[in-house]
Design a protein around this ligand. Structure first.
Ligand code: ZN
Length: 270
């Protein structure tokens, strides 16, 4: 299997990948508290693992390469627990803009921004909206936990999907970094929090709140239900979901223009 990790390749290898119209996965994540049992790298490490596995799965159909993870994400809501490094929205936006422009200057045209942190989702979409008309590339944003949600839910016993430092993330970290997971008393950590009230107001309205509103120990979930077998399945399921996006020509196809003759209007990037 060819190397898919950008940082391990040499410049000429990356020039060849650009010439072969490779897809670039640009993972974005966080460094933030993940309860008393998981390291702060959790989202970054899981995002890296899912992206590398996805690139290897896709490679035969479409060469794919994975940049280093952008670990500096939007984590203001986790700051009260300590251990968290966050950046402002403007910094996050500028960083993604500059990295995406770098990729296009190197000749890459299809870019999958692969997010593994809930706090980045809305900003990721906004950034892609803003850049789509000014950057000479097709950009797609994905969050593995959403893209693979039904399959992930079928593996989990006590949770419907990936939640913070719960059954899923703990299981995946038991595969990625087993020496960094403190399994000494996972039972004591179960904390389902208030769920729906976090970041919500009214029936369908938004209010920002810190994560302390949801949980007292920084966990939202059931870490005691974790194990490495489950983690391996979750990583594979998530990577397969991303590989499916990468290898589907529809993902990268130019937008339709259904306006027809004589409608006129404003041109858009194809
Ligand atoms: Zn996480």
């Amino acid at each position: 299997m060819p190397e898919v990790d950008w940082s391990r390749l040499k410049a000429q290898d990356l020039r060849a990948l650009a010439d072969n119209n490779a897809v670039v996965i640009l993972p974005i994540a966080s460094i933030e508290q993940h309860g008393p049992h998981l390291p702060v790298m959790t989202d970054t490490r899981i995002g890296q693992e899912v992206a590398l596995r996805a690139a290897r799965k896709a490679y035969d159909k479409r060469p794919t390469v994975v940049t280093p993870v952008v670990w500096s994400g939007l984590s203001e809501h986790h700051m009260p627990f300590g251990g968290t490094l966050t950046v402002s929205h403007s910094t996050f936006r500028a960083l993604l803009h500059d990295l995406i422009v770098s990729l296009t200057r190197l000749g890459f045209r299809d870019i999958l921004i692969s997010n593994s942190h809930g706090g980045n989702i809305i900003a990721m979409q906004q950034i892609l909206d803003e850049l789509s008309e000014v950057v000479d590339a097709t950009m797609v944003g994905t969050t593995y936990a959403s893209e693979a949600e039904p399959e992930i839910g079928a593996v989990l016993q006590d949770q419907d999907g990936v939640q913070h430092a719960g059954e899923a993330e703990t299981s995946m970290m038991l595969v990625c970094e087993p020496g960094l997971v403190d399994t000494s008393d996972l039972t004591a950590l179960t904390n389902l929090g208030d769920g729906p009230s976090f970041l919500k107001a009214g029936r369908a309205s938004y209010r920002w709140r810190p994560f302390t509103h949801l949980t007292g120990n920084g966990v939202a979930g059931v870490p005691e239900k974790s194990n490495a077998d489950k983690g391996e399945k979750l990583l594979e399921i998530s990577a397969a979901a991303l590989a499916a996006i990468i290898t589907d020509p529809e993902t990268w196809a130019a937008p339709q223009d259904l306006r027809g003759q004589g409608i006129g209007g404003v041109p858009f990037r194809k």
